[in-house]
Design a protein around this ligand. Structure first.
Ligand code: SAM
Length: 292
């Protein structure tokens, strides 16, 4: 391909040719480092058997790499101004479909049905950072069949997804991600790998979807309410956090009873609990509820 992107010269040329104006509101920071692009493709383990969903192809930099490694690529881009550019940069590939839409409005299960007969896909993206959490949680919660998600995110967010109890970064996002997938930080990526440069550090993280969650809560919805309540008021004890939550109706006595039954100190904070302990706590309340 003579118009291969990923190096700054070709990227700048195409941006100037179309007089493309970057839109901050869409989180547009395009990759201009071929080593980072190769690392993403390799970490995602893409083969010609794969159908890949790319979120936000931009000018098509990563899309070109994906098209060369995967069987099928479906790329969803919100910015209409990028469509004529994508027409040009992807014209040599017959296995790419570009869809002009907001990824948060797309029925991804339907896409998987249409382009991969419902079989698990891989998701690869240099994500627009302003919607990282809704995109990732949306993919997990809507039960899209997925092998893995390999994405560029803000470094701090990658850290939050990966850590366990005892770190200041540990929170509801860590627990939610780790319930669905095994996280692995592939690489840290400095601002100079993008045009324009973002004012935060970035990291590539791979989330490999579990076939079965690593903990089995009888009522996962209740477990996630407990998790949210614990971290909504981080500085408070777990007892007060759960008691103050508008989503839960347990009395202080019931919560104290649960902590005691689980062998946890009365003044424990939510940030000290593992995912397994949140599942146990949730199961304790589910059992008590059944007993009336
Ligand atoms: N993949 C390109 C690259 O690596 O150079 C561009 C990545 S840029 C960080 C994020 C891309 O997501 C932009 O092209 C932006 O227009 C697009 N985007 C932003 N919000 C979106 C949304 N809600 N749905 C689909 N695409 C979106």
């Amino acid at each position: 391909m003579d118009n291969k992107l990923g190096n700054p010269k070709n990227t700048i040329e195409i941006i100037q040719k179309y007089q493309f104006a970057f839109q901050k509101k869409f989180g547009q920071n395009f990759l201009i480092d071929t080593r980072v692009l190769e690392k993403i493709i390799s970490a995602a383990g893409i083969t010609k058997e794969d159908c890949v969903l790319e979120i936000g192809p931009g000018i098509g930099t990563m899309t070109q790499y994906l098209a060369e490694s995967a069987g099928q690529v479906v790329a969803v881009e919100i910015d209409t101004n990028l469509l004529p550019i994508l027409d040009e940069t992807l014209k040599g590939y017959d296995n790419v479909t570009v869809i002009n839409n907001d990824i948060l409005k797309v029925d991804i299960n339907q896409l998987v049905e249409k382009y991969n007969h419902g079989r698990p896909i891989k998701v690869v993206a240099n994500l627009p950072y302003y919607i990282t959490t809704p995109i990732i949680m949306g993919l997990f919660e809507s039960s899209v069949p997925i092998d893995n998600i390999t994405v560029m995110v803000q470094k701090e967010v990658a850290d939050r997804m990966q850590v366990g109890p005892g770190s200041k970064d540990y929170g509801a996002l860590s627990l939610a991600v780790q319930y669905y997938a095994e996280p692995y930080i592939v690489a840290n990526v400095p601002p100079n790998c993008f045009i324009p440069r973002p004012n935060v550090g970035s990291a590539v993280i791979r989330l490999t979807r579990y076939q079965e969650p690593p903990v089995k809560a009888a009522d996962p919805a209740l477990m996630f309410k407990l998790i949210r309540a614990s971290f909504n008021q981080r500085r408070k004890t777990l007892l007060n956090g759960l008691n103050n939550s508008p989503e839960l109706a347990f009395t202080k006595e019931q919560i104290a009873g649960a902590l005691e039954a689980l062998g946890l100190p009365a003044a424990v904070r939510g940030e000290a609990l593992t995912l397994a302990q949140f599942a146990e706590l949730s199961d304790y309340f589910t059992e008590k509820g059944k007993q009336g």
